[in-house]
Write a protein that binds this ligand. Structure first.
Ligand SMILES: Cc1cc2nc3c(=O)[nH]c(=O)nc-3n(C[C@H](O)[C@H](O)[C@H](O)COP(=O)(O)OP(=O)(O)OC[C@H]3O[C@@H](n4cnc5c(N)ncnc54)[C@H](O)[C@@H]3O)c2cc1C
Length: 235
């Protein structure tokens, strides 16, 4: 049976959990309680079962697999809302389950490998200087980035600025951009730096009201956020 990357991970989560979930004990007959039926919980359950101990595996969600979840309902075709790839198959314990299950495992196409590498490096970036270096490296190696990559770089930039200001999230609410902040002092500083454009309205929110002259496009909102979060670099 050939299984593509997308449904392999979902299948492997179910595959890995099946013996574990099948062995759930009755209350009062449990040696170990495991909270969460994601990859870690399933692996723990398998270890406990292999050691001949009784366990209960408790999952809050309506599916096993945790962040390895394939959605088949929304678009009528499967797509991964979380994990998609098996990294380092030589040492990945999930990859070992493949041979026992009769499934095929095949390498990601070279373009996809590059994409994963870009995601991975972006996720690890911790400061704007390194982001600039990475942006330049991409340009040097591959030429001007396509728009999708440019947006990955921009969203990473906004993420790093949010870390700097201790902002947990930004969302659009009608004519406002709503920032959820973690640190009241930093929130006040940000408001002052924006010359009152961004207003602290309660103990967790800053509101930035969009003006009629503001460019409402994704590009315009990116520039606006950049201008408020990092005015020195804007331009
Ligand atoms: C968008 C995205 C893409 C990813 N892509 C990849 C990839 O391609 N390859 C890869 O290897 N990894 C990928 N990952 C990472 C991978 O999904 C995680 O490393 C892995 O799923 C973590 O497993 P876990 O068991 O530690 O946690 P989780 O998968 O988060 O499982 C935790 C489980 O515990 C449950 N839980 C939590 N608290 C409670 C509670 N109090 N009571 C009951 N249940 C509880 C949760 O509902 C959940 O089911 C990706 C992650 C994301 C978000």
């Amino acid at each position: 049976m050939t299984l593509n990357r997308r449904n392999f991970i979902a299948a492997s989560a179910a595959l890995a959990s099946a013996p574990a979930l099948g062995a759930v004990s009755a209350p009062g007959e449990t040696d170990v309680a495991i909270v969460g039926a994601g990859a870690a919980g399933i692996a723990a359950a398998r270890k406990v079962a292999a050691a001949g101990r009784r366990f209960v595996l408790i999952e809050a969600n309506d599916h096993v697999g945790g962040r390895c979840v394939t959605d088949t309902r929304i678009f009528g075709v499967p797509f991964d809302r979380g994990a998609h790839w098996l990294h380092m198959p030589d040492i990945n314990p999930v990859a070992k389950l493949v041979s026992r299950s009769g499934l095929d495992l095949y390498p990601a196409p070279p373009g996809q490998k590059l994409r994963i590498e870009v995601y991975r490096r972006l996720a690890r970036l911790r400061d704007l200087k390194k982001l600039d270096d990475f942006r330049q490296e991409l340009r040097d190696r591959y030429g001007p980035p396509p728009e999708a990559v440019e947006w990955l770089l921009r969203t990473t930039e906004i993420r790093l600025l949010c870390v700097r200001w201790q902002i947990a999230s930004i969302r659009r609410l009608a004519n406002d951009l709503v920032f959820t902040y973690r640190n009241a002092d930093r929130a006040k500083q940000l408001s002052a730096q924006s010359r009152g454009r961004a207003k602290v309205v309660d103990e967790k929110s800053i509101y930035l009201r969009l003006k009629s002259e503001d460019d409402d496009s994704p590009e315009g909102l990116y520039r606006l956020l950049r201008g408020v979060l990092n005015p020195q670099q804007n331009g």
